[in-house]
Ligand binder design. Structure first.
Ligand code: ZN
Ligand code: ZN
Length: 409
């Protein structure tokens, strides 16, 4: 286990974003030194626009006493590949490195872990969340990145990207004095199991029961990522039809958080929605339109969708979709993961794969629960616990059973 705070490389603009220019704004230009690989006039103004062929550029903060200042980058993607994709301006702490990767611009933020986490805590949710929630979120986020088992961008030399694909990181503008102090209190604290840092996963809302990690990803089961009932009284057996269509008493349900107030606690890129229970209704025609595009065939009708396997939380991870093409031929498609199911059964991306289906000649209706993969900490449930006087320690040991809290630096 490491014993001092590392500097992370976080991708802010990635090659996949296909950018040819990126603009930066400095509220205090004198706080920064800018080193151009190719000769360029010394930097004096507050604005800098970098193009693809400008060569490598290093932007270093030379004044370190004031952590509330940073560099603003315009039009950074948030929610890449998801239905809530937006472009936002982010103000970042630490240093920046801009480079050309296979003829695409890439912007990397080199930031000390604790400063990164202070932003993650309030980017994932909002700074008006109760302290005990922010503490639990920071320890979870720190553990996940230090466990480092899920390095999705190691080919680019990154520890993580700035987005939902890794952890949502939208810079320092959302931070409040309160949220910075709260995260500082947890400095160096991680969750451990068998003396190793836990690969602590989390998602927006489990829907009432969290999921086993091996039902979502191709990974070995982990004792601390095992399904838990997200409430006080565990149900004996679950009838998914009742479970997904009725209100329940879990920490992420309206019993603990009124959905009216939820917007106050959610981060700034989520659309308002039904986080606990939701419904998607399509006509056969609409469904076939987007489904045809996704599979590159001309589908005229969905005949049946057979659910082949559900995990502990009700999330479907295997189904068989039977359909008919315009020429009358019949086909079927097996979807083998919750991710494929979510990306196929929605024009962009379905909230979760925990749903029941109603399908007839004219309509397809999905009635579901939760938002996200459902493994590990349920963020809305953790918020519900914190609002009802549970401590961060209680929240963490509820979602990551058997884990121990340890300060490693
Ligand atoms: Zn990522
Ligand atoms: Zn939950």
């Amino acid at each position: 286990m490491l014993n001092k705070e590392p500097i992370l490389a976080i991708g802010i603009i990635l090659p996949q974003d296909n950018r040819r220019t990126v603009s930066f704004y400095f509220s205090n230009p004198e706080d920064y030194s800018i080193n151009f690989q190719k000769p360029k006039k010394p930097h004096t103004s507050e604005k800098l626009t970098v193009s693809l062929h400008d060569g490598d550029i290093k932007i270093n903060k030379i004044k370190t006493d004031n952590s509330t200042n940073g560099v603003t980058i315009y039009d950074v993607p948030a929610g890449r590949n998801f239905h809530w994709k937006k472009f936002i301006d982010v103000t970042l702490p630490g240093n920046l490195f801009i480079t050309n990767r296979n003829d695409k611009l890439m912007v990397i933020n080199l930031v000390p872990l604790e400063q990164y986490l202070a932003s993650v805590a309030v980017s994932e949710m909002s700074s008006s969340c109760p302290d005990e929630f922010l503490i639990a979120q920071s320890i979870t986020a720190r553990s996940w990145i230090l466990a480092g088992t899920e390095k999705k961008h190691s080919n680019l030399g990154l520890d993580a990207c700035n987005d939902d694909c890794c952890q949502r990181y939208q810079g320092i503008s959302q931070q409040s004095i309160q949220s910075i102090k709260t995260v500082e209190k947890t400095c160096g604290q991680v969750l451990t199991f068998d003396n190793k840092i836990c690969d602590a996963r989390y998602s927006k809302s489990c829907g009432g029961i969290t999921e086993n990690c091996e039902n979502v990803w191709n990974m070995a089961p982990k004792p601390y990522l095992k399904s838990v009932f997200d409430g006080q009284n565990r149900l004996q057996t679950v009838d998914w039809d009742c479970w997904l269509s009725e209100p329940q008493n879990s920490f992420c349900s309206p019993k603990y958080i009124d959905e009216k107030y939820l917007t106050k606690f959610l981060g700034n890129v989520d659309e308002s929605g039904q986080y606990f229970r939701w419904k998607n209704c399509y006509t056969q025609q609409i469904f076939c339109e987007f489904f045809s595009k996704k599979i590159n065939e001309s589908v005229s009708h969905i005949k049946n969708i057979d659910i082949l396997n559900r995990g502990e939380s009700g999330r479907i991870n295997k189904l068989n979709l039977k359909y008919q093409l315009d020429d009358g031929s019949k086909k079927s498609l097996i979807l083998n993961s919750e991710y494929d199911i979510r990306s196929t059964l929605h024009p962009s991306f379905l909230y979760s794969s925990a749903f029941i289906l109603k399908l007839d000649e004219s309509n397809i209706e999905l009635i579901g629960g939760g938002w996200g993969h459902g493994v590990g900490m349920c963020q809305i449930g953790a918020l519900g616990m914190a609002l009802n006087d549970y401590s961060a320690q209680e929240i963490l040991s509820h979602y990551f059973q058997g884990s121990l809290l340890k300060k490693i630096y």
